[in-house]
Design a protein around this ligand. Structure first.
Ligand SMILES: [Cu+2]
Length: 625
């Protein structure tokens, strides 16, 4: 089996790029410090007709002054300091064009992209001066970026990875809105670990990595609008905790189009490919602390941090003694509220036991599992411990208390993915909560009770939000169905298919896990349907390392199905129309589809990783009427 996908696993990618340790520190020995850029202020605010921008070698501290030092290249607008990301080039649609003059102080020739309508870049040699005109004819978000001469967008990322910035053109109805521009950048660097040179990736959001990313504050029910631009060579499934958001605009690097309100689904996760962008909007009604993060485990842990100390503890136990358990592409915000709400007592009590998995994974690796118990005292036989965790059937608007019994020898935490609940039970240790009441991890052999009320029917998930590469790959994931009448749930017509991890990754090497399971199996049990009956398929994508594609039908042709819901929320009518039965999703997405088989026979749902690596066939048996 091919172990990795180069687009998803940087160190392999970097080796193919042909860079070597001798590349390190190339360039003039300049120690100018680049500042993180919050992208609040346009570099074009004073109506100027010309802006000079230098390209310089700089040092960069994405994790604060005590964190790792990276030597990279950056843009520096005149009368400013070098910034990462580069200067924000933002004006209203129809505003006067600006003449940009680029001056390179870099040691190597670079190509500058994003300022011409053709694919041909502006080539900037060392010491050269190149100019272009930026127009503001069409609204939208677009990256500008530079790379070593001849390097494609998805092959750059050494010193040139921070030569990235945003061009934003506000449509007439967007002018003056209090929105924020968020730019993801990435750089590879070398790190010496036990005398061995290793390639390391650093992901950043507006020039900083977690826990140094900006902490935003909103009042309850504020209209939050973000423009998210992915300047990295890898995709990011961006997950919002606590609230749904709407994607109002989508850009692919060339075209950027507004999405009609009737065609905006509510989502908690949206997949943003390299070089693409989205504008998103939401209203955070629930007070407390929340996160917006990438759902690939290796993009929110030490694999995406150049901090050698953090990386070392990640390898040994997944978190530092002071509780750091995330890195890279994570941002937090606080929703303030003047009032405390008493939500009453729970009507139902569940006990969720977290333990070692009963049997070893098929490739011999150990793992973890959830099991439901009737009481805190009940000892569960190993045979009840399965992957995925038990299907949790919750009743809408019924307050439930769930006691987590951690029988592992390590800390964990559980996130109720997609549920619009209070902050404290949301499951992000050291972040979730409000004021002085902040959630802690459930320590080894300890327990914790969380209480919440799911307000919406649909397909949701629960999973570990702690040391995810190990614990989610290792089996700590499951599906939640919120229903008005859980007793009426009919598994013969309502099928849950969970695509998740099948064993711990090669953590010491930072590898993604090549193992995947559907409903806990490489060879899943058949889904049985009947001709003429309408069946609901609930697909949950929670493998922490892979974008997946699921296709229902035969080898020759996909069926048609009718999309019904995304991330638990019913789709708007304009999107509930029959379509080819294929679904692409990153980790952290669910989708419901309705199918009515027309003919009896043997079919299949083919689930495969989008890049490479693995494929799982779920048999679909259609019985005659
Ligand atoms: Cu990511």
């Amino acid at each position: 089996m091919q172990h990795t996908s180069w687009k998803r696993w940087w160190p392999v990618a970097a080796m193919f790029l042909g860079a070597t340790a001798s590349d390190r520190g190339r360039g003039r020995d300049v120690e100018t410090e680049a500042e993180a850029h919050d992208n609040r202020q346009t570099a074009l605010s004073d109506g100027r007709a010309t802006l000079r921008i230098a390209l310089r070698a700089v040092t960069w501290h994405p994790e604060g002054s005590a964190g790792p030092t990276l030597k990279v290249w950056a843009f520096e607008a005149e009368r400013d300091v070098p910034r990462i990301p580069g200067p924000l080039l933002r004006r209203a649609q129809g505003a006067a064009p600006v003449r940009l003059e680029f001056v390179s102080e870099l040691p190597d020739t670079v190509d500058l992209h994003g300022f011409t309508t053709s694919d041909a870049p502006l080539v900037v040699a060392p010491g050269a001066r190149v100019s272009t005109t930026l127009r503001f004819d069409k609204a939208g978000n677009r990256l500008y970026w530079a790379a070593r001469h001849g390097t494609a967008f998805d092959s750059r990322g050494w010193e040139d990875g921070q030569l990235t910035g945003a061009t934003v053109v506000d449509a007439p109805n967007e002018v003056g809105r209090a929105d924020r521009v968020l730019v993801v950048t990435e750089s590879f660097t070398f790190d010496s670990v036990n005398g061995r040179e290793e390639i390391k990736a650093q992901l950043a959001l507006n020039g900083r990595s977690w826990p140094h990313t900006e902490r935003m504050t909103y009042a309850a029910n504020d209209s939050v609008r973000w423009r998210f631009l992915n300047g990295a060579t890898v995709p990011h499934p961006m997950h919002l905790h606590g609230f749904y958001y709407r994607v109002t605009r989508r850009g692919n690097g060339t075209a950027d189009d507004a999405i009609a309100a009737a065609r905006q689904p509510l989502v908690v996760t949206d997949f943003v490919p390299p070089g693409h962008s989205m504008s998103l909007a939401f209203q955070p009604h629930e007070p407390g602390n929340w996160v917006f993060h990438c759902h690939f485990a290796t993009h929110v842990n030490a694999v995406s941090s150049a901090d050698t100390a953090y990386r070392h503890v990640e390898r040994t136990r997944g978190y530092t003694p002071d509780g750091r358990h995330m890195g890279g592409l994570v941002m937090a915000f606080t929703v303030t509220s003047p009032t405390e709400v008493n939500r009453g007592a729970a009507a139902r009590q569940l006990h969720l036991v977290i333990d070692k998995k009963g049997e070893r994974f098929f490739h011999g690796g150990s793992g973890f599992s959830f099991a439901l118990a009737d009481s805190a005292q009940q000892l569960l036989p190993a045979s009840t411990r399965r992957v995925p965790g038990p299907l949790l059937l919750l009743r809408r608007n019924e307050r439930v208390a769930i006691t987590l019994h951690n029988r592992l020898d390590r800390a964990t935490s559980v996130h109720w993915h997609g549920l619009e609940i209070e902050s404290y039970p949301d499951g992000v240790p050291h972040v979730s909560g409000q004021g002085s009441r902040v959630l802690h991890p459930v320590l080894a052999r300890d327990s914790l009770t969380v209480t919440f009320t799911p307000p919406r029917t649909g397909t949701f998930m629960y999973h570990s939000h702690f040391s995810e590469a190990e614990q989610m790959n290792g089996g700590l994931y499951g599906v939640i169905l919120v229903l008005d009448d859980p007793a009426a749930y009919d598994a013969s017509r309502d099928h849950v298919l969970v695509i998740g991890g099948g064993g711990v990754p090669d953590v010491p090497m930072g590898f993604e896990s090549p193992w995947a399971l559907v409903n806990g199996r490489r060879f899943p049990r058949p889904v049985v349907m009947r001709v003429g009956e309408t069946h609901r398929l609930r697909l949950a994508s929670i493998h922490p390392d892979w974008q997946i594609r699921a296709t229902l039908g035969t080898e020759e042709a996909a069926w048609q199905w009718q999309p019904a819901a995304k991330d638990g929320a019913d789709l708007p009518a304009a999107l509930r129309v029959p379509t080819a039965a294929t679904w692409a999703a990153g980790p952290g997405e669910t989708a419901d589809f309705l199918v009515t088989p027309k003919a009896a026979g043997q079919f299949r749902l083919l689930v495969r990783s989008e890049d490479s690596g693995w494929m799982i066939r779920v048999p679909v048996e259609v019985k005659p009427r």
